[in-house]
Write a protein that binds this ligand. Structure first.
Ligand code: NAD
Length: 340
C-alpha cells in the first residue's frame, strides 16, 4: 500500500483525501491543517489523522481536534505527498519534500518548472512513471487536455481556439469577485491557459481568452478546433461517448440549459459536495462548420482534477504502469461516468 500524505486540506486537498480513502492500493496516512476550524473538526471526527506545525498544536486541541504530529513528521513517513497548498506555496514546500526524500504531486497553481512533468492522465501518463515531482495541471487545463488529446488521437488537430468563462471564486470563498461585472482577464490577449495546455501537449497550436464571471459553481468553455480530417458531428459524438471522464448531456431531452442545472444533476446523482469529475459537454452544442468543430463544455473546478491526482500517485510510485488500468480503476472507485 502506498502511503499518501496530503499537505493542504482545502478545496482540492479534502477531495483528494476522500478519493484516496476509496482506493485499495493506497493509504491516507494523514493531512495537514494550518487553521483550527470546522473542516479540521469534521476530519478529526471521521478519524483522519491531522498534522500541523508545532506552534499551532495547542490551538487545535482547544477546539477538540487531536493532533497526530507535526507536518515534517507526516511528510517523513509518507511515500508520496499531494501538495494541495495555495498557489505558489507548493514551490516553497518543495524543499521539505527534497529534505525528506519523498515524491510530490503539485497542483495547477504552481508554475510548470516546479515539477519534471505537467500531467494529464489521458495525454501523458507514461511520462510520469517513476518521476519524483509531477504537477497535475489546473481545472481548466485538465478539461482542455482531456478533450484535445482525445480529438487529436482520433481525428488529428490543426489548431485550437478557446474562450473560457471562469468562475470568480469557489463557493466557500468570502472575499472574491467580481459580483457585478464580466471581467476580461487578461484584457491583453491571449490568456495563460494556452501555454499551460502546451506544458502537457507541447506541439499543439492553441490560443485562449478568458473572462471572469460572477458565479461560483463551474467554468464554461466555448471550444473551436480545426481538425485535420473531414468528420461529421456523429463521428465526434461517438468518440466522446466512449471516452473516460467525458460526459455528454443535452439541452433538449434532459433540459439542462445552464451550469446551475448541471450542478443539480450532480446533486440528483448523489455526488458528495456535488462533485463532477467529468468534462460536461452539451451534445447539441457539437457542430461542424467547414472542418471546424465547435462545442461547449462545463467544468466543475473543485473536483475535475481529483481523478488525475489519483492516477499521478500510481504513476510516480510505479504501482501501475498501464494508463488505462489506472484510469479505469480510479473511475470505478470514484463513480466517474461515461454516460448517464
Ligand atoms: P485552498 O485555499 O482551498 O486550500 C489550500 C489549503 O492549504 C488551505 O487549507 C490552507 O490552510 C493550506 N495551507 C496554507 N499554507 C500552507 C502551507 N504552507 N503548506 C501546505 N498547506 C498550506 O486552495 P485550493 O483551491 O484547494 O487550491 C490548492 C491548489 O489547487 C492550488 O495550486 C490551486 O491553484 C489548485 N487548484 C484549485 C482549483 C479550485 O478550483 N479551487 C482547481 C484546480 C486546481
Amino acid at each position: 500500500m502506498v502511503k499518501v500524505a496530503i499537505n493542504g486540506y482545502g478545496t482540492i486537498g479534502k477531495r483528494i483525501a476522500d478519493a484516496v480513502l476509496k482506493m485499495d492500493d493506497m493509504e491516507l496516512i494523514g493531512v495537514t491543517k494550518f487553521t483550527p476550524d470546522f473542516s479540521a473538526m469534521i476530519a478529526s471526527k471521521r478519524g483522519i489523522p491531522i498534522y500541523t506545525t508545532q506552534e499551532k498544536i495547542e490551538a487545535f486541541e482547544e477546539i477538540g481536534v487531536k493532533i497526530a504530529g507535526t507536518v515534517e513528521e507526516l511528510i517523513n513517513k509518507s511515500d508520496v505527498v499531494i501538495d494541495a497548498s495555495p498557489g505558489k506555496v507548493g514551490e516553497k514546500n518543495k524543499t521539505l519534500y527534497e529534505n525528506n526524500g519523498v515524491k510530490a504531486i503539485f497542483q495547477g497553481g504552481e508554475k510548470a518548472h516546479v515539477a519534471e512533468v505537467s500531467f494529464s492522465s489521458l495525454c501523458n501518463y507514461e511520462k510520469a512513471i517513476g518521476k519524483k515531482y509531477v504537477r497535475v495541471v489546473s481545472c481548466n487545463t485538465t478539461a482542455l487536455c482531456r478533450l484535445i488529446c482525445t480529438l487529436r488521437k482520433n481525428f488529428g488537430i490543426k489548431k485550437v481556439r478557446v474562450t473560457l468563462v471562469r468562475r470568480a471564486g469557489d463557493p466557500h470563498q468570502i472575499k472574491v469577485g467580481p459580483i457585478n461585472a464580466l471581467l476580461p482577464k487578461p484584457i491583453k490577449l491571449p490568456s495563460h491557459h494556452g501555454p499551460d495546455v502546451q506544458s502537457v501537449i507541447p506541439d499543439v497550436d492553441i490560443v485562449t481568452t478568458a473572462i471572469v464571471a460572477p458565479t461560483t459553481i463551474m467554468h464554461l468553455h466555448v471550444v473551436n478546433v480545426e481538425l485535420e480530417n473531414h468528420v461529421n458531428e456523429d463521428d465526434i459524438i461517438n468518440v466522446l461517448d466512449e471516452t473516460s471522464r467525458i460526459l455528454l448531456i443535452d439541452s433538449e431531452n434532459m433540459k439542462i440549459q445552464g451550469t446551475s442545472q448541471v450542478i443539480e444533476l450532480a446533486r440528483d446523482l448523489g455526488r458528495k459536495r456535488y462533485d463532477l469529475y467529468e468534462n460536461i459537454i452539451w451534445r447539441d452544442s457539437i457542430k461542424i462548420v467547414d472542418k471546424e468543430l465547435w462545442l461547449i463544455q462545463a467544468v466543475h473546478q473543485e473536483a475535475i482534477v481529483v481523478p488525475e491526482n489519483i492516477d499521478a500517485i500510481r504513476a510516480v510510485t510505479g504501482i501501475e504502469k498501464d494508463p488505462l488500468k489506472s484510469i479505469t480503476k480510479t473511475d470505478e472507485k470514484l463513480g466517474v461516468m461515461r454516460r448517464l
